[in-house]
Design a protein around this ligand. Structure first.
Ligand code: FMN
Length: 419
């Protein structure tokens, strides 16, 4: 426990790395790179501010490991050695402020609208159509799986060379690793499908490819669902997902971060309100959906908003329902993301042993100094879970799009820049 009486400010070890506190900035797809995935000054500044806010650990938004795994325009890539110098600009800026940063590595699999990123074809564990986007992938062949595994390894090598303090495998939220784990999206009959052991094979191979390139001492963590939240479909629940996490712990991951849901689940990942979100989505990322889906959503938007508000209301620590299964199964740190807004709730989650650290996304978009403000009990721009940020996802840089809160944030940052 820290002198000031809080677990939140006590150090935590992740592999060989000791971090000075237990509130992390989780991954939020920053989409501030160039169209072909190179780092921009705007992206460097995004992370620099988080480090200036003394955030104990920053996890980048999902970075694609290969062009095939890209899911959004202006997404950052780690798919090419030519990108290493740009990625190094991020880590240099963060380290200069005394911060630590992990790169979240991802392949989107079927969770992409092909027109949105100019993709020719979409791949997955099996050819299971995504009911939200209508995207129908084809199943990867074993030789192609080996190629994706290699891409993960090579991307991790580049991130380490660029000075990142660790990497995170994104195996949550219905992306490719999660598609292999979940029986609903993995119908394979070869060594990559079937029982849990087989369905974790792809993840274990990815981890081995990463370890082979970054070594045993480099922190490698994994993000997983605490629940797939796929009612009426063959999704996974906490108990089985915790067993999968145990297998990954045995294979050598250093910590697990718990999230929830696939795209097809709706919005359990970002509980809150959805009026601003759906409005922005229809003009942004959903503009690329097939016409009939767009028209239906436009007509029924008020009803859909009401239903979403009812199904996924904002709640602090909304994934804490799932973490006890992981705490019981694992020895490595369990990080919980989802709805953490107040120091009291974060401290209670840690004190009750529901998790070892907490992470937050939207509050850091509203206020890059969220950690420092929580630590010092200073009011800052406060996220109200309106999800306008989610609505603009992909079409505009990840940021706060609530007019009043954004104005507060901009004024705070402008005051900093004044001589
Ligand atoms: C704008 C936005 C972008 C996101 N991008 C990612 C991402 O790239 N990778 C990921 O694992 N989760 C992503 N998430 C989900 C967050 O990591 C997190 O699970 C979610 O926002 C709930 O945490 P919060 O209540 O603290 O915002 C994103 C969320 C938002 C709002």
């Amino acid at each position: 426990m820290n002198e000031s009486g809080g677990l939140l400010l006590s150090p935590i070890r992740i592999g060989q790395l000791t971090l000075p506190g237990r509130l992390f900035k989780t991954a939020t797809a920053e989409t501030r790179a160039t169209e072909d995935g190179f780092v921009t000054e705007e992206l460097v500044e995004f992370y620099r501010l988080l480090a200036q806010g003394k955030t104990p650990l920053i996890i980048t938004g999902n970075i694609y490991v290969s062009r095939q795994g890209k899911s959004a325009p202006r997404q950052t890539g780690a798919d090419d050695d030519a990108k290493v110098p740009g990625l190094a600009r991020i880590t240099e800026a963060v380290h200069r402020e005394g911060g630590r940063i992990f790169a979240q590595l991802n392949h989107c699999g079927r969770q992409v609208v092909p027109d949105f990123v100019g993709a020719q074809e979409v791949v997955s564990a099996s050819a299971v159509k995504d009911l939200l986007t209508g995207t129908r992938p084809r199943a990867l062949s074993p030789a192609e799986i080996a190629e994706v595994v290699r891409a993960y390894g090579e991307a991790a090598r580049r991130c380490k060379a660029a000075g990142f303090d660790g990497v995170q495998m994104h195996s949550a939220n219905g992306y490719l690793l999660s598609q292999f784990l979940t029986p609903y999206t993995n119908r394979r009959t070869d060594d990559y499908g079937g029982n849990l052991e087989r369905r974790t094979r792809f993840g274990r191979e990815v981890l081995a490819a990463i370890r082979a390139r970054v070594g045993a001492d480099f922190p490698v963590i994994i993000k997983m669902n605490g629940s797939d939240a796929l009612p009426l479909r063959e999704g996974l629940h906490a108990k089985e997902l915790a067993q999968a996490a145990k297998i990954m712990e045995g294979a050598g991951v250093d910590a697990v971060e718990i999230s929830v849901g696939h795209y097809e689940s709706g919005f359990p990942m970002v509980c809150g309100t959805f009026g601003r979100c759906l409005h922005a989505m229809l003009q942004g990322s959903m503009a690329h959906l097939p016409a009939w889906r767009r028209i239906l959503l436009t007509i029924f938007r008020p009803l859909v908003t009401l239903a979403c508000n009812f199904l996924w209301p904002g709640r602090e620590g909304f994934n804490l329902d799932h973490t006890p299964a992981f705490k019981a199964a694992l020895s490595i740190p369990v990080i919980c993301v989802g709805g953490f807004r107040t120091r009291a709730v974060m401290e209670a989650a840690l004190a009750q042993g529901l998790c070892d650290a907490v992470s937050a996304g939207r509050p850091f978009l509203a206020d890059p100094f969220f950690f420092r403000h929580i630590r010092d009990n200073i009011p800052g721009p406060r996220c109200v879970d309106c999800n306008a940020c989610v609505g603009h996802l992909g079409a505009q840089p990840a940021d706060c799009y609530h007019p009043k809160i954004r104005a507060e944030k901009d004024a705070m940052l402008a005051a900093l820049r004044r001589p």
